[in-house]
Ligand binder design. Structure first.
Ligand code: BGC
Length: 421
């Protein structure tokens, strides 16, 4: 694939998007995360010293400031969504992903706030008016307080609560949106919140983690049923953080075995538990995990993002091929991106990933869209604001938006439906 300059074209109608999530950009949310942030900001700031490497500490001194860990007004996207969607339009996107904040819609158990539905109606309409196809995620990590107070996902009625909320959304907004993503990254919730215990509700318990698998997929399945009952036209999937696991020792049986086990519990089990109640596969890809029995290897690749994540574009190709072998659903890549404050690596990152995606398409994989994570710099959960994932740079003091040079390169791709390599 190396060599002289060439142009690769994508299938007609390919969706070019960017993704966002409510809590990371909206500002002013009151949910389990906003409470957790207040309680944990001080210790997250003081732990930064042991957590990050020297080069990261030097480059991002904000990591030592407790304010970095409080989402607060974030990007104020709740009020400035039109401006942000204008930017998305100027970049030539024809699709856009948002999420709906459950705690706004159902701030008290069983009481739905019509004003908030109206807000999201306006947002989705604004997406459409700018010529973009909306993809709406119903749950991107945050829970309303009333639910968090009664065990959150572990509540035995979680699937019903979630499905009732989903039905309310789709009944009210189904006339202007067709693509629904039920849950964002169940595997990340399980690993970060129930195994490693670094995100709310900070559990480290394999038995609870297993229950979360079942509850989350039960919630997906029931809401799939409810949403389809509203209209068969609705297209539904859940966003899966699919990791590319690779055996460290190519000929090691043990390493290959861990890869199979990790692949099963980290990636594929969700499709089994969702009993194929999916209309598409939503792939979210960030990096590779090299496994050497019995654990993950330290990354030896020198190509790193600001978070120290390995840049490994070919992994997306391997995953697309594997998904294609396992399932026959169309695939949307609903997240792929990197933390790169100086914007030195983003253009190449995007093009390299697209090159491998294109190769998979040429080999028969039905990929229908690519959504870059993210449109804006935003609140990166337990790491706070310092990692910069945006096509658009955010000045958190003035809230001024500045389109990064790589975004204009992405814009060329979106407008031409092709990549010049
Ligand atoms: C999540 C986003 C997050 C991104 C970068 C994805 O796993 O869905 O919320 O910001 O990764 O870490």
């Amino acid at each position: 694939m190396e060599g002289k300059e060439r142009k690769i074209e994508f299938p007609k109608g390919f969706l070019w998007g960017a993704a966002t999530s409510a809590h990371q950009v909206e500002g002013g949310n009151v949910n389990d995360w906003s409470e957790w942030e207040k309680k944990n900001a001080e210790h997250l700031a003081s732990e930064a010293k042991n957590k990050w490497q020297e080069w990261q500490q030097e480059k991002f001194p904000e990591m030592f400031d407790p304010q970095n860990y409080v989402s607060g007004r974030a990007c104020d996207h709740y009020n400035r969504y039109e401006e942000d969607l204008d930017i998305a339009k100027s970049l030539g996107l024809n699709a856009f992903r948002i999420s709906i904040e459950w705690s706004r819609i159902e701030p008290e158990e069983g009481k739905f706030d019509e004003r908030e539905i109206e807000h999201y109606r306006k947002v989705i309409q604004a997406i459409r008016e700018r010529g973009m196809e909306p993809f709406v995620c119903l749950w991107h990590y945050t829970l309303p307080l009333w639910l968090a107070e009664k065990k959150g996902i572990l509540n035995k009625r979680f699937p019903e609560y979630f499905a009732r909320y989903s039905r309310y959304i789709v009944k009210n907004l189904g006339d202007i949106c067709k693509f629904w993503v039920t849950l964002n990254e169940p595997s990340v919730v399980i690993s970060h919140s129930y195994i490693e215990g670094i995100r709310p509700p900070e559990k480290k318990n394999l038995w609870l983690a297993w229950r979360v698998y079942k509850k989350m997929m039960g919630a997906h399945n029931l809401s799939y049923r409810y949403i389809k009952e509203i209209s068969e036209k609705n297209q539904i999937g859940f966003a899966n953080h699919i990791k590319y696991f690779e055996p460290y020792g190519r000929n090691s049986t043990l390493d290959s075995l861990v890869v199979r086990v990790a692949g099963y519990f980290g990636n594929w089990i969700f499709y089994g538990l969702s009993k194929n109640k999916n209309d598409f596969i939503a792939l979210q890809y960030y990096f590779r995990f090299r496994l050497k029995f019995p654990r993950r290897m330290i990354n030896e690749n020198k190509e790193l993002t600001d978070l120290g994540w390995e840049v490994f574009p070919k992994g997306i190709y391997y995953l697309l091929k594997e998904i294609n072998k396992r399932y026959s659903f169309p695939i949307y890549i609903l997240e792929n991106g990197l933390a790169d404050a100086k914007d030195k690596k983003r253009e190449k990152f995007i093009k390299d990933h697209l090159r491998w995606i294109h190769k998979a398409i040429q080999e028969g994989v039905d990929v229908r869209g690519y959504f870059h994570w993210s449109l804006l710099d935003n609140f990166e959960w337990d790491k706070g604001f310092w990692p910069r994932f945006g096509l658009v740079e955010m000045d958190y003091k003035t809230l001024e938006r500045k389109i990064r040079p790589s975004a204009w390169e992405y814009a060329k791709i979106c407008k031409e439906n092709a990549v010049n390599l």
